[in-house]
Ligand binder design. Structure first.
Ligand code: GLV
Ligand code: MN
Ligand code: MN
Length: 412
């Protein structure tokens, strides 16, 4: 099947034997966007990009806002082959199915490869979809500095940025509606024996940068009682983050990015900079955990004689899926899987941003062993196919419905 062949080919881009690294505007990520463009054209779709690096493949005329689907082609560092890629390649496959079946959608359909969803190069995620939805000004994203010191703007205009030979669309016109197909990335569906998931809401998230300033010194000569070891203080704060999240129901927090300075075996750490990722489907629980983390960080710094600052990097409220869209997704899923379940997404998605400008829903397929953001991320091929079928049916039903028809013709 084309779906599997394309996913397999995409999985070679940025691949090592153990995982995939395809950060935004790197050679591997550009190659993935190029493959997407070539496949879309092969399928008879019209391809455009916008100046944030998002790529659009359209079936149908340009005279009305489309019903969109899509996801992202970038990966986390040491990531897998399906997070994001499935929604993009599955979107192409859904449009191929629709055309092959002789179905004529009532509105144009579009597949989008959103730029930089993962935040694996620049400090924020959902970059392209956030600009598209008007949540973050383009200039603010353009000024972001990546882990390698290069700005988004410089990478966008560099050799691995905007694609040659692809029309650059003016502005960021919203779609009539948006449906994102994605792997679950957790164990719930497998545990429940569900092959399709109807997403009810996407968890809210906040990200913080914490800077702990201690005093660097000689590892052999500075007595323990006079030290202000930044890593020891940071370690205590990391444990306080864990405790604060665990105290709230269905709330998670992670410290997965940490820089120790000067990072030398024989020097007491002078500074630690780390990021906190805090999520819950209930924004009040996020707020309560944040308040606790800030209070504990202050106490720990005083106790250990270090400085500490906690800066908010990103705030995204929990996003419920739109009711009419969810019902159409539900009908498409239940018709194909009697065990389909409603499910909350703990992971973030471009759908969180697009939902601010258009009625939005999501379809999940199971992840084997609940594994994701790792090299052995897998979904059964038959489940991948079923998800595409549900997406194709949903796109046709949404196009047929009046959803999004209040948008002015020509707004796209
Ligand atoms: C993206 O996958 C995220 O949830 O951080
Ligand atoms: Mn994803
Ligand atoms: Mn991801």
């Amino acid at each position: 099947m084309t779906l599997h062949a394309r996913l397999a080919e995409l999985a070679t881009l940025g691949a090592t034997p153990a995982w995939i690294d395809r950060a935004l505007f790197t050679a591997a990520e550009r190659a993935a966007r190029e493959r997407f463009v070539a496949w879309a054209r092969e399928d008879g779709l019209t391809v455009e990009q916008d100046r944030a690096g998002n790529v659009f493949a359209r079936l149908g005329p340009r005279d009305a806002p489309p019903v969109q689907c899509g996801s992202h082609l970038d990966t986390v560092r040491d990531g897998g082959a399906y997070d994001g890629a499935y929604g993009v390649i599955g979107g192409l496959e859904a449009l191929r199915t629709i055309v092959a079946n002789g179905d004529v959608p009532a509105r144009p359909l579009e597949v989008v490869a959103w730029a930089g969803e993962e935040g694996s190069r620049f400090p924020l995620g959902c970059l392209g979809s956030s600009v598209y939805a008007g949540l973050t000004p383009f200039d603010e994203v353009a000024a972001l500095v990546g882990d390698d010191g290069e700005t988004f703007a410089s990478a966008l205009h560099g050799p691995n940025g905007l694609l040659g030979g692809v029309f650059v669309r003016d502005g960021f016109p919203p779609p009539a509606a948006y449906v994102e197909l994605h792997i679950e990335q957790g164990p719930m569906m497998e545990n429940e024996g569900a092959r399709l998931g109807i997403v009810s809401a996407i968890a809210g998230q906040r990200r913080f940068r914490v800077i702990v300033d201690g005093v660097a010194g000689h590892a052999g000569t500075v007595p323990m009682r006079v030290r202000a070891d930044a890593l020891c203080a940071a370690s205590e704060i990391v444990l306080a983050v864990e405790t604060a999240a665990a105290a709230q129901p269905e709330t998670v927090a992670t410290v997965g990015h940490l820089i120790v300075e000067p990072n030398q075996t024989n020097i007491v750490p002078g500074r630690v900079v780390f990021r906190i990722d805090l999520r819950s489907v209930d924004d009040a629980r996020i707020a309560a955990a944040e308040a606790e983390i800030r209070a504990r960080a202050g106490e720990i710094a005083v106790k250990r004689g270090t400085g500490v600052s906690v800066e908010t990097l990103e705030t995204r409220a929990a996003v419920p899926m739109e009711t009419r869209m969810r019902l159409l997704v539900r009908a498409a899923c239940v018709a194909r899987d009697p065990h389909a379940i409603a499910i909350v997404s703990g992971a973030g998605h471009d759908a969180m941003c697009v939902a601010q400008v258009a009625p939005t829903a999501m379809i999940f397929v199971p992840s084997i062993g609940g594994r994701s953001h790792v090299g052995d991320e897998r979904t059964a091929p038959a489940d991948l196919e079923l998800g595409v079928e549900a997406l194709a049916a949903t796109l046709l039903a949404v196009a047929e419905s009046g959803i999004g028809s209040d948008l002015a013709p020509g707004a796209s």
